[in-house]
Ligand binder design. Structure first.
Ligand SMILES: Cc1cc2nc3c(=O)[nH]c(=O)nc-3n(C[C@H](O)[C@H](O)[C@H](O)COP(=O)(O)OP(=O)(O)OC[C@H]3O[C@@H](n4cnc5c(N)ncnc54)[C@H](O)[C@@H]3O)c2cc1C
Length: 422
């Protein structure tokens, strides 16, 4: 525990997202006084699922949360299918070919996981959650950080030794702290929806293997979050919601029928009757010159939001927390006069997220395109990767978060060669 007794908190975490919850879980029981602020009134569903990669599963195992995870509705993806716009198979990516502790990625609705983490933390006397509280500003002084937040009763302040920002891709802490770097919004956004299937649905609807349909300027992903519950992500080209909504619900459901026959009808029957009610996610890239400034530390999307094509954002936020926790503890337990200790965290983590940014940008360029010259090349590369197990393994290892092995120029040439239809 910090020697600076005048401070109310050792750590204030702004944001109870994946990163903040993981950080608090690693630090709980170490004697630190931790305050977690979040403007939401509690943890609730977001109408989409997320993939927990082997990287994230290893972290949950370290935190002794796997048993609770397995008790939640979830699905273990041993493989995923990549299909073209007409539903023809391009390749399968097989996690089960990797071996290791977790030869699968788990998909689930993330509020369920956040819920079990928050419940366990609430039992820890050192951790206090304040939902309904929005961070507003902070001020650094010799004795620590003064943090101002707002709740239904008004504006409040508290002091802490360290302020950690897990307040997401639009981070207010990052804005107020004037962290140098670039924050940009990708032009294509995504619609998401989760829905139940009756257990007697036809087998092609119940098919649980995750499917990536990648057509010309079209993307439609369907994943399982339980044996009978699914979610989809649908790319909204150029984020043009107005054009999309003007096609109407029927136009959208007819298109879904083209991807998976029967699904459009089922969605309508199960309650998707107004397409304007389908939530849209803007996707951002945050690329900063530094993640720490004195006693202020950014993690997760606040530090390095990335395109979801790499299916890593949550997993990387959790990994940030795993790396940061012992460094923060060391800082509070005596190294508080050495802010360079905190810099060690970003020195270790930034190269990984910068590589993922480059990969995510490349995937976005190639997957989202409607260029008629690029699409056949992309499909040939997919087929080639599927035919060469050494290439497929590199892709799966990279996406699983276990080791970063993107395809080299030579690998891509090989994929193009072996992907020729013969
Ligand atoms: C369509 C889509 C699909 C995705 N799929 C995957 C996937 O399959 N796998 C994966 O690993 N990642 C995925 N991601 C990325 C993942 O959702 C994020 O990277 C992850 O949630 C980041 O966690 P975080 O803790 O950094 O931030 P967040 O989860 O965004 O949490 C931020 C928290 O800060 C709180 N907050 C906001 N403002 C304030 C404030 N002023 N004061 C205090 N608190 C505040 C918010 O309420 C929120 O609880 C996907 C993202 C999108 C958009």
């Amino acid at each position: 525990m910090t020697g600076e007794r005048s401070l109310e908190w050792d750590i204030i975490i702004s944001g109870a997202g994946a990163g903040g919850l993981t950080l608090a879980s690693y630090l709980a029981g170490r004697g630190h006084r931790i305050l977690v602020l979040d403007p939401r009134m509690g943890i609730g569903p977001i109408r989409r699922g997320e993939l927990i990669q082997p990287l994230g599963l290893g972290i949950l195992e370290e935190l002794d949360l796997l048993e609770e995870l397995w008790s939640l509705p979830h699905y273990r993806n041993e493989s995923f299918r990549f299909l073209d716009g007409k539903g023809n198979l391009l390749m399968r990516s097989r996690y089960d070919s990797l071996g290791g502790r977790f030869p699968y990625a788990v998909s689930l609705e993330p509020h369920l996981l956040d819920g079990i983490m928050a419940d366990r933390l609430k039992a820890d006397p050192g951790v206090v959650f304040k939902f309904g509280c929005r961070y507003r500003s902070h001020r650094s002084g010799a004795e620590g950080i003064t943090v101002e937040w707002e709740d239904a009763q008004g504006i409040r302040t508290a002091r802490s030794s360290v302020l950690v920002a897990d307040d997401g891709r639009r981070s207010g802490v990052r804005e107020n702290g004037r962290f140098p770097g670039k924050v940009m919004t990708y032009k294509d956004s995504y619609l998401s929806w989760s829905f139940d299937l009756p257990s007697d649905a036809p087998p092609f609807l119940l098919e649980p293997e995750g499917r990536y349909f990648i057509g010309r300027g079209k993307i439609f992903f369907v994943f399982s979050v339980s044996p009978t519950r699914r979610y989809f992500l649908y790319m909204l080209k150029n984020g043009d919601r107005h054009v999309f909504d003007s096609r109407g619900t029927k136009g959208f459901l007819d298109e879904i029928e083209g991807w998976i026959p029967g699904l459009g009808n089922h969605l309508e029957a199960s309650g998707l009757t107004d397409v304007t009610a389908v939530p849209e996610m803007r996707v951002m890239k945050v690329s900063l010159g530094n993640w720490t400034d004195g006693r202020v530390v950014l993690l997760g999307d606040a530090a390095h939001a990335m395109n979801p094509h790499v299916a890593q954002g949550r997993n990387q936020a959790m990994e940030d927390a795993r790396v940061l926790a012992p460094i923060l503890s060391g800082f509070l337990n005596g190294g508080a006069r050495n802010p360079d200790l905190l810099k060690g965290y970003e020195r270790f983590r930034r190269p990984v997220t910068e590589s993922l940014h480059r990969l995510a940008d490349e995937m976005t360029l190639v997957w989202n395109t409607s260029n008629p010259l690029v699409v056949p090349v992309r499909e040939r590369v997919f087929r080639g990767i599927g035919r060469r197990s050494e290439l497929e393994k590199k892709i799966v290892r990279t996406i699983s978060g276990t080791s970063f092995q993107p395809l080299t120029a030579w690998d891509k040439f090989k994929a193009l060669w072996y992907g020729a239809v013969h």
